[in-house]
Write a protein of this length. Sequence first.
Length: 432
Amino acid sequence: MVSTALASTLARRNIHYGWVVVAATFLTMLVTAGAMGAPGVLIKPLQDEFGWETSQISSALAIRLILFGLMGPFAAAFMNRFGVRRVIVFALATIGVGFVGSLFMTHLWQLLLFWGVIVGFGTGLTAMVLGATVSTRWFTKHRGLVVGMLSASSATGQLVFLPLMAELTERYGWRATVLFVCGMIAVAALIVLALMRDRPADLNLPLVGEIHVTPAPPQATGLATLLASPLAVLKEISGTSTFWILFATFFICGLSTNGLIQTHFVTLCGDFGILPVAAASMLAVMGIFDFFGTIGSGWLSDRFDNRWLLFWYYGLRGLSLLYLPFSHFTFYGLSIFAVFYGLDWIATVPPTVKIAADRFGREKAGLVFGWVFAGHQLGAATAAFGAGLSRTELESYLPAFFVAGAFCLLAAILAITLRKPGITIRGAAVAH
């Protein structure tokens, strides 16, 4: 097989196959994140063709964001039961079905079905829990770096494809953008089929940073047991203040990123006379700075108090959102916003994952983060719908940006109320 031959070739050069798995995962998360971000440049064309209001379109995007988050804890269960490669390919096929179906839609309920339910379900299977699963299964050494890289790919993918998609939409219509997304999905699926493997033991390899091969754990008794495990963990952690603080801050994280900027920034700029391609290019700049900001955050999270990192991340994000309405939407003003906001787009992920592992133990960290990430997407859905409603009812997006900025300042305060590192929750093992 391709992976076996490639693993042998890389081993002779002292390169672990885990980095190939990281590359395939990076591509998957990049492409699915691009699919998540695509509707941000398609709101206006859908309004023009079908006469739907912003709030109506936003309701479909809100459903998609909710499912994207709620699938996280259960995606881990599916990966344990069926394997990472099968789940990824199934997820990519599901997303493709949603986008292909949208080519023929004529009614609002079809938008809700294709872009809300089907795309939301498919992208939820490849959410950030995928990155956490791959990094845990393949790496002992460099795990923080891998988490930062894969987290960055998720946010960057939502932004870097937007200029091209905006150009395609402007020149050839929104259906050309949908076909482009389908093409990216097909390429990613083929690469995953060829290169992805579930565990190092599949290739008789140890984890990166270890010497001995770790055999795959015994399979659970059945799918029902695996599906029940996220609910059991939720019941256990829901009695702790740490979980609810992480959940609340990540709710605000989603409120101030995916649901607001990713979904509505292009349309917001259009209200001030900025063309979609130019606005999408500014989002791409944010994505580039986010890539370096998130990897840097992963490096910092191994060396400094993660509570204070979150304090600064949320505080600076809040100030940047409060600044945006006063930027006058000039090139200079938006460039300042793009740099500072971009560096902070998803930098909150590594410290949040680290805190979850420290407080609840490494074995439960993935499931705990899955539920915290569900809070992120509930916040994103709230902003996606709320900002659309603001524009429809108040004829302005700006109130939504002031609200999001204020909530970010609240999140900064909540972050420093967390217990200091080293305190164990309910006997969970502390990872140092």
